[in-house]
Design a protein around this ligand. Structure first.
Ligand code: ADE
Length: 242
């Protein structure tokens, strides 16, 4: 999968592409991430990319000219691949990211151009012109789309085959609308708090049952809204005989 990120702050991606699982996924050619500076495409003689909004108001808007040129360049770069090209704009008004969106993207036969806005946003006509999808990472406003873009890419890349061991994905939070059970490691006794006996019993079935119960308990405690979804899907799969 290929990502081309359009931003005015390339430096914000340096640690992201050079660290841990994302770096390994890039080194293993599971994913590529090109970070492109929108400013490189401006035709403004003062190198400007943003201007005040028509109609007045605070802040600056990234103008259509450099942004569309950066998009055209990215489309051209990806067009030799036999894959769909999708364009995403990270925006607080977009569809709120969740596990299912990340999973869908990870399974798609597409490459992605991701636009990171800054300041007050981007010219609306670019969104219309390229039929751009908008994704938010939550109901709050960030100073720019760069962190949101990293959240999106991180949540997708770790789901790509080979990025992390498949076992880690099977029981993690949100895979089946349940949160993950609590985990323990050495030492056995931490300030008098001992690891639950069942986990050192070596009895795999009992351990699996205990973890399932704990998942349900934790989900009820922290995210009661997910339990309804969990029960609904469980009942559906029972009806289908799975
Ligand atoms: N840009 C600014 N705020 C954002 C948010 N909540 N999600 C995605 N992009 C953003």
């Amino acid at each position: 999968m290929k990502f081309i990120v359009l931003t005015l702050f390339k430096e914000m991606f340096e640690a992201f592409v050079n660290t841990s699982i994302i770096k390994r996924a890039i080194d293993k050619n599971i994913v590529s991430i090109d970070v492109v500076d929108i400013r490189d495409f401006t035709e403004d003689k003062h190198n400007r990319v943003d201007f005040p909004p028509y109609g007045g108001g605070s802040g600056m808007i990234i103008s259509a000219q450099p942004l569309s040129a950066a998009i055209d360049y990215s489309i051209e770069k990806l067009s030799c691949e036999n894959k769909n090209i999708e364009i995403i704009y990270m925006s607080p008004r977009g569809k709120v990211l969740n596990y299912s969106i990340s999973k869908q993207i990870s399974l798609s036969n597409s490459n992605y151009i991701i636009i990171c806005g800054h300041y007050e946003g981007i010219d609306e006509r670019v969104i219309e012109e390229y039929n751009i999808k908008e994704i938010s990472i939550g109901d709050y406003v960030l100073t720019g789309g760069e962190l949101a873009c990293q959240v999106l890419m991180d949540s997708v890349i770790r789901l790509l085959p080979g990025a992390i061991t498949e076992d880690s994905l099977v029981e993690e939070s949100h895979t089946n609308n349940l949160l993950e059970y609590p985990q323990y490691t050495k030492p056995y006794d931490f300030r008098g708090r001992k690891v639950p006996d069942v986990l050192i019993s070596g009895h795999h079935k009992n351990i699996a049952d205990y973890r399932k119960m704990e998942s349900i308990r934790i989900t009820k405690k922290f995210r009661p809204d997910l339990i309804d979804k969990y029960n609904k899907e469980k009942n559906n799969s029972k009806k289908e005989g799975n």
